[in-house]
Design a protein around this ligand. Structure first.
Ligand SMILES: NC(=O)c1ccc[n+]([C@@H]2O[C@H](COP(=O)([O-])OP(=O)(O)OC[C@H]3O[C@@H](n4cnc5c(N)ncnc54)[C@H](O)[C@@H]3O)[C@@H](O)[C@H]2O)c1
Length: 354
């Protein structure tokens, strides 16, 4: 079993991945600034995995810090070296993730997502830690020519967020070409949704959510009046956009497989789609949600949102071939787990203490 640094581990995907890695026996160092998350998520991770107060520092060490601050990162690696409990790999979730916000604040996105990642890679290099998993995104494909999207599709981002992810992928490729000891996996996520089935951890972004699942949940629980469906004139079966939704627990398991794969390797550079290979339209998601909660969701069709595409579906063949990983959970699992999280935590982590 290995000792792994998880940046952004208190966030949505990071917290679910922490659960899966701890359950698989890995020891974690979790590093987060909490700019878009809450420390309560990590308390809940301990609760789910049954980590007692005594075990906490052994199994999951929690460090508050910012990837923009190189000395914060240096301290972690230095301490691990002094303790002779070296970090064997890093899973890098920390970053800013809103497409809309990236259009308004591009400098913040380039600084955190690109400079922050470069700080981390420089620190890793100086401590000879060369196994790295990066949170990339299907956004880097922009408007792909063919569906389902294969990894060889042209990288053609159409917004600042996508540009930052595509740039980090270029840095990683250059790095792996410069030094064969690096073992790198860049995982291109499609649309992560859902929550841990316990209802203890889930998605709780600061500010207004702009993804479909959190908005549908907010409408269902009465915190939002209506769901706006962007565009009812797309060239799809029911004229609404189609996306490849992936349950966050499937995604977390994908990270475990990628980690275990890299730990066995001496040299590697992988770019893999993590998606289900299935597409669901907005109205299909609404219907699945209605079936889950037994009530109607109030929605209205409005104009298209700039930058949207009709259909995004992954070809996940490579991830299955290389990692032996594929998604197991259905759209109904995604709806029922999101709903369990939403009803147990109507205000997210804001009112919780443990
Ligand atoms: N959720 C998605 O739809 C999606 C899709 C594709 C890729 N991704 C990428 O996956 C990663 C995780 O996404 P998520 O949905 O869990 O997002 P999230 O915002 O819930 O998690 C990101 C975490 O990083 C932390 N963070 C942000 N800036 C930081 C900094 N400078 N220093 C330290 N910590 C910092 C945040 O506090 C948060 O806990 C991100 O890099 C995101 O771009 C997400």
């Amino acid at each position: 079993m290995a000792r792994i640094l998880i940046t952004g581990g208190a966030g949505f995907i990071g917290s679910h991945t922490c659960v899966v890695l701890i359950e698989a026996g890995h020891d974690l160092l979790v590093f987060d600034s909490y700019i878009n998350s809450s420390p309560i998520a990590l308390k809940r991770v301990c609760k789910i995995t049954g980590i007692s107060a005594i075990e906490v520092n052994q199994r999951i060490q929690i460090i508050k810090g910012d990837i923009s601050n190189k000395s914060n990162l240096d301290e972690i690696f230095k301490k691990a070296k002094e303790e002779k409990r070296e970090i064997q790999a890093v899973i890098h979730f920390a970053g800013l993730k809103s497409v809309n916000e990236s259009i308004k604040r591009p400098l913040a996105y380039w600084d955190t997502n690109v400079n922050g990642t470069a700080n981390l890679l420089l620190t890793m290099e100086s401590y000879e830690c060369k196994r790295f998993i990066f949170s990339s995104s299907a956004t880097i494909y922009g408007k792909p020519k063919s569906i389902p999207i294969v990894e060889t599709e042209k990288i053609n981002p159409i917004n600042p967020y996508g540009n930052t992810k595509a740039t980090v992928e270029k840095i990683l490729l250059d790095l792996s070409r410069s030094d064969a000891e690096w073992c790198i996996a860049s995982l291109r996520y499609f649309n992560p949704v859902g929550a841990h089935p316990s209802g203890l951890i889930g998605e709780d972004p600061n500010g207004e959510p702009n993804n479909l699942f959190p908005i549908v949940s907010k409408v269902a629980i009465g915190h939002k009046d209506i769901l706006e469906v962007f565009g009812g004139d797309w060239p799809t079966k029911d004229k609404t956009c189609i996306r490849d939704y992936i349950h966050v627990m499937d995604l977390a398991e994908g990270h475990l497989e990628a980690l275990n794969y890299l730990l066995r390797k001496k040299s590697e550079f992988l770019t893999l789609n993590l998606g289900s290979g299935k597409g669901h339209s907005v109205l299909e998601v609404v219907k699945s949600f209605e079936d889950t909660i037994g009530e109607k969701i109030n929605y209205k069709i409005v104009g298209r949102r700039p930058g949207d595409t009709a259909k995004t579906i992954a070809d996940p063949t490579q991830a299955k071939k290389i990692l032996g990983w594929e998604t197991r959970r259905t759209i109904l699992d995604m709806c029922s787990d999101s709903w369990a999280w939403q009803t147990a935590n109507p205000n997210g982590y804001k009112t919780g203490t443990t």
